[in-house]
Ligand binder design. Structure first.
Ligand SMILES: *Cc1c(COP(=O)(O)O)cnc(C)c1O
Length: 325
């Protein structure tokens, strides 16, 4: 397995591994959001990945870095949904066995999607942490490779390929708004963009309840937070008390973290549906939510919003977008 360091070169290497497996997503102009923000705003449409979210980049990057012996043992992972789905798809394409461990909090539509991709499911406990114990056991006792959702160099480098695409497609870009949970997405993007230009502003956005990275950054060390149900369910879960990569990268590279209330996330989803005609999950709408809530100053800026996924339960979605503002 790749054990190199984590730098811009590693992100270029990840790009080569995932080429042809992952969509090079469009960066779409948004005149409406630009007017609302007083700057130029564009949307990086990661919801267009085949698995419905950007996590296919990291999962493919890591699975394509395994050697023959590792491939023979198969892969195991823990997920709030989108990572498990990405690992299942990447493993099926690579022709290897995949087991996904997840908690009872994960919505039913996400379970079905993973099962349909041919992965074995183990549903355990009420939090990502409990599911993680089972995944660790399978890795130790059955010789499977653990594919973590964010805290691994191959995963972070895979997500970082978004940063390369942003820099290529919009050289004037000076700000990026990124949904933030475990921090693999923002760490990879920040590493790519800030290596190219340290002046680029990188802003993370989480839901107010259970924002583990924000709490950890404030405390100066990885902290556990209580997991709460949120419209942005893909942003749930901790960063791991034994975090090795994303906490330090976020501490070094993230300029600011913004927290949103549930109603602000819902407003982002409604706006993306009504004005941009996009169906997105809560986690993907936080950048728009932050603009509409007036929580980020983008006046005169060139800002990209990472619209990270579309795997939302349809009944839930219809309730949210049907609500009058
Ligand atoms: C996982 C996920 C995120 C957050 O990514 P991290 O690397 O955990 O910070 C954001 N949006 C969606 C849709 C996700 O699935």
């Amino acid at each position: 397995m790749m054990q190199a360091g984590l730098d811009l070169r590693a992100i270029f290497q990840a790009r080569r591994r995932i080429a042809g497996e992952v969509v090079r997503t469009p960066l779409a102009a948004s005149p409406g959001l630009s007017a609302a923000a007083g700057g130029e705003v564009r949307l990086k449409l990661e919801l267009l990945q085949e698995s419905g979210a950007f996590k296919l980049r990291g999962a493919t990057s890591m699975i394509r870095s395994l050697d023959e012996a590792e491939r023979a043992g198969g892969v195991v992972t823990v997920s709030t949904g989108n990572h498990g789905r990405a690992v299942a798809l990447a493993a099926r394409r690579a022709g290897i066995r995949a087991v996904v461990c997840l908690s009872h909090l994960v919505p039913g539509n996400k379970l079905e999607a993973i099962r349909a991709l041919g992965a074995e499911l183990r549903i355990i406990g009420r939090s990502q942490d409990e599911a993680a114990v089972e995944a660790g056991r399978l890795a130790r006792e059955d010789g499977m490779v653990l594919v973590p959702p964010f805290d691994h160099p191959a995963i972070i480098a895979g997500q970082g390929t978004i940063g390369l695409e942003l820099a290529e497609d919009w050289p004037e870009l000076d700000t990026v708004l990124v949904p933030l949970s475990g921090g693999g997405l923002i760490a990879g993007i920040a590493l790519a963009l800030k290596t190219i230009d340290p002046a680029v502003r990188v802003i993370g956005i989480s839901m107010r309840e259970g924002a583990a990275m924000q709490a950890s950054l404030g405390a100066g060390r990885p902290l556990e937070v209580e997991e709460k149900a949120s419209l942005a369910d893909s942003l749930g879960g901790g960063i791991g008390l034994d975090n090795r990569w994303t906490f330090d990268l976020c501490r070094r590279l993230v300029d600011e973290v913004i927290l949103l209330d549930e109603e602000e996330i819902a407003a982002g989803m409604r706006h993306l549906f009504r004005e941009e005609r996009l169906v997105v999950e809560g986690a993907a709408a936080v950048g728009v939510g932050a603009i509409l809530a007036g929580k980020v100053d983008l006046a005169g800026r060139c800002a990209a919003l990472v619209v990270s996924g579309r795997n939302v339960d349809m009944e839930r979605f219809l309730d949210v977008v049907g609500g009058r503002p």
